[in-house]
Design a protein. Sequence first.
Length: 370
Amino acid sequence: MKKNFWSGRMKTILIAALVVAILAAVVLGLSSGASFFENVTGSILSPVRSAVAAIDRQFEKYYNYLFQYAKLEADNAALQSQILSMEEDIRTVEELQRENERYKALLQLSESHEDYSYVASYITSWDASDYKSAFTIGKGTNYGLEEGMCAITENGQVVGLITEVGFNWATVTTIMDSSLEISASIASSGYNGVVQGTFLQDGTSILRMNYLLTDAVIKNQDQVVTTGSTLYPRGLLLGYITNASLDETGVAKYATLDPSCDLGTLEQVFIITNYGYTVPEKRADETVVVDGETGYLVPVDQLHDGTGTPTNPDKFVHDMADAINRIMADPEKAKRRGQAGYERARDHFSWESIADKTVKVYEDVLAERK
C-alpha cells in the first residue's frame, strides 16, 4: 500500500516538473521571439548536447593520446635501432683500433727482425678441457703452417708452438703447458735455464724457469727471453720473474714467472714461418765422426717440434741398417775405423787439446791488440 502511494506521488511530481519546464520554455521563447517548438526542443536537447559535446571532447583527447602514443612508440623504436647501429659502429671502430695497434707493433717487430716471415691468424676456439693450455687457429697447411712453428703476439711475446696441423686449422700448445720446454736466459744477467709450464695441485698452472745456478743473482721483474733454437728465435720475451728459490733437489734454483702474454685477452697470433735460423755446420776438426774415416754418418730430416722425430722414419731405419751392415760386413775395416775414432777423440777432443785451443784463442786476441 505504501509502495503504491509513493509510486503515484512520484509520477505526479514528474508530470508537474515537465509542465513547469514546458511553461518556462514558452515564457522564454515568447520573450526571445523564438518559436514554441524551438524553445521546447532546445530546453530538452540542451543537456543532451552538453553531454555529447563532453563525450566528443573526451574522445578527441583519447584519440590524440593514442595517436601520440603510437608516434612515440615508433620514434622510440627508431631511436633504439639508431643506438644499436651506433653501438655496432663503436665496436667496429674499437676492433679496427686494436687491429691497427697490433699491426703497428708487428711492423716495429718486423723492422727489428727483417728475417722474420709471419702468418697472422685469429683464434677460433680454446681447449675446453684445459683452458690456457691449447687453442685452435683458423689456418693450417693451406697457408704453409707446419708443426714446430712458433706462435707470438704482435709485441714479440711467445705464445706457444704449433703441435698439430690440418689443412685449414692448427693447434697451438701454449707456454703454460708442461709439454713445452724452452731454453731461456735472464736478459739482465745472462743466466740460462729452461722455462716450462708447471701444474699445481689446485689444477692451475704457473710458468717456471728451472736449472738456474744456485749463486745466480735474480731480481723480481727481470725479463726472461728465449736463447734461440730451431723452434724459437732468439730474444723473444717469455715473462717477468716474480720469485726465486732453491728447487726440490737443493742443488739448483728456480724462478716463477709472470707470462708476458695475457692469454685471457688473446684474440690473434702470428706464426713465424721463417726467421733465417740455420744449424751451424761443424768443421771437420769439430766432429768426432768423419764420414767414411772413423765411421758412417746417417743423414736424417727431423720434425721441428723438439722431439727429433724423423720426417721419414722408414727411410731413416733403412739407411741406419745399411750403415750397420756395411760395418759388420768387414770386421777388419771396422776395427781400423774404431782405432781411428779413438785417436781422433784423443788428439782433437782431449782436455789437453781443448787447453791448447783455448790458449791459442787468447794468444790470437793478444796479438791483435799489439
